[in-house]
Design a protein. Sequence first.
Length: 119
Amino acid sequence: VQLVESGGGLVQPGGSLRLSCAASGFTFSSYAMSWYRQAPGKERELVARITSGSSTYYADSVKGRFTISRDNVESTVYLQMNSLKPEDMAVYYCNARFVYGTSYDYNYWGQGTQVTVSS
């Protein structure tokens, strides 16, 4: 199983970035895909999630600015981040999870990509 994030970098406040997470080694279309982030000294937090049925969830802090999407053909999940703020600066992690009752709980993480928002 591999989750490989890309697209992070340095951006000015108000700018945009698009993160990508390329998945392999599991049945991508069956998994809920999420983006988490972790800033220095803070706990990892959920930013956005898209289910296998393409329902989406966003943290209040990013609603209206971030958009999560998935391409099941390319086994890739994206996070479009607009109107970036300094408080969005963190390491962003891709997560894949499949839960089936109490029988199965598969949970995978990528290595993370740094997003720096600074002028």
